[in-house]
Ligand binder design. Structure first.
Ligand code: AMP
Length: 398
């Protein structure tokens, strides 16, 4: 059998980076809107991604956490969508409610600030469907939400898919490969064959590549900064016993003067336990995980965004895509075993050019993970230890 050509077009990005947004061919109202947001110079992924999306091509936007991937697809979508056509023209799917809510807010802000009359509708589970069906009658241009609910509404004939121009898969490697995968494929199948697919993530999974090749044979693969890890993050770790972790965590929060920290755990119950403990010690905290009611998750996120809550203790629900300004620290109370999971979690800090600190609490037997993260992510991790409640650096022997 004849060898087929590789279908992914890995473009060598020689495109010069643009010093401003005006040369990128965006709708004129967007420029003052960006100014209002304090955004003036396109990031690398925006410079290379916007022209490709404006050109209606399918694209994989791969770049480090916090590098502005959302605007990289929203700005060209706002330019391409016809505001005079009352029909859903873009679908944006996200793996968690929190991320969908965040993207929806960005859409409404952009519409309001640019004066471009695009309507965005949030479609997530756990919210009455009847109300969503009523809102669909107002003909939004963009829907943002969870794949399951969006597909359900398409199948029920309440969301018409025939005018869809673009489908965005935010955190693409996750939404395609986890339990959402079949629903995402269902949405793509319902849309016209001419639709553009936009995949966005800091990472790519080998397993998803085959599916992506089938869905978008002419895909443009963009990865303008192949060193995926955000270089503005400093990485530390502390070795301690499992049972010591809650006390070590408190000392760390105190010693590092954590103003806004995201603390990651594996299990929902651990999140609840730590939150209770920190609250008991009067440290303003909240937990964020799948076992919580939707309203509690929203309250936790709102409190964390406003700064009322200084520690958000989260399961991996909060590991991807969430953009909260001013997160100073990410603490892995439970450390992930995969480098990609580490990368997404620590990526909640040092966003949009800021700096941040990541601290992992490891048990003795997890020491090998330090070498794995260092090698696979190209980072240096410094060891700290606790002495009389103080945190001190341990010098590594050469
Ligand atoms: P994202 O990676 O899309 O979640 O964006 C991370 C943060 O960077 C958000 O708060 C954006 O508002 C901000 N941002 C996006 N693009 C730019 C830019 N070109 N210059 C400065 N900040 C930006």
């Amino acid at each position: 059998m004849e060898q087929s050509e590789p279908s992914l077009v890995d473009v060598d990005v020689e495109t010069p980076l643009h010093p401003n947004f005006s040369a990128l061919g965006l709708a004129s109202g967007l420029l003052p809107a960006l100014e209002k947001q304090g955004v003036s110079v396109p990031t690398a992924i925006q410079s290379v991604g916007i022209p490709v999306i404006l050109d209606s091509k399918s694209v994989y936007l791969q770049s480090e956490t916090g590098s502005g991937k959302t605007l990289a697809y929203l700005l060209p979508l706002f330019t391409r969508i016809d505001a005079a056509l009352p029909a859903v023209q873009a679908v944006i799917v996200a793996p968690t409610h929190e991320l969908a809510i965040q993207i929806h807010h960005q859409c409404t802000d952009l519409a309001q600030q640019s004066g471009i009359a695009l309507r965005s509708l949030l479609l997530i589970g756990g919210t009455p469907k009847d109300r969503q069906i009523e809102k669909l009658k107002k003909k939004p241009h963009i829907v943002v939400g969870s794949p399951g609910r969006i597909l359900e509404l398409i199948k029920a004939g309440k969301l018409k898919a025939h005018k869809i121009l673009s489908i965005v898969l935010d955190e693409a490697d996750r939404v395609l490969m986890d339990e959402h995968g079949p629903d995402v494929l269902g949405i793509i199948k319902a849309a016209p064959g001419s639709r553009q697919l936009i995949f966005a993530s800091a990472t790519q999974r080998h397993e998803s590549r085959e599916i992506i090749e089938k869905l978008a044979p002419q895909l443009v693969m963009l990865n303008p900064s192949p060193d995926l890890i955000n270089q503005n993050i400093e990485h530390f770790y502390i070795v301690c016993e499992e049972r010591e972790k809650p006390d070590v965590l408190r000392s760390v929060l105190h010693a590092f003067k954590a103003e806004r920290a995201m603390i990651f755990v594996h299990r929902n119950e651990t999140a609840e336990k730590i939150t209770d403990k920190l609250l008991h010690h009067k440290f303003p905290s909240a937990d964020l995980h799948g076992a919580n009611y939707k309203e509690d998750r929203k309250r936790a996120m709102d409190g964390f965004r406003s700064g009322k809550i200084k520690a958000l203790i989260s399961s991996d629900v909060g590991a991807r895509g969430l953009d909260v300004k001013g997160v100073t620290h990410v603490i892995n109370f439970d450390v992930p075993t995969e480098s990609k999971a580490y990368l997404h979690r620590v990526g909640r800090t040092a966003r949009a050019g800021a700096t941040g600190i990541a601290i992992s609490l490891l048990t003795d037997s997890q020491g090998r993970l330090v070498r794995r993260f260092e090698e696979e992510l190209g980072i240096a991790m410094r060891e700290f230890c606790m002495r009389h409640g103080e945190v001190m650096e341990v010098k590594r022997e050469q």
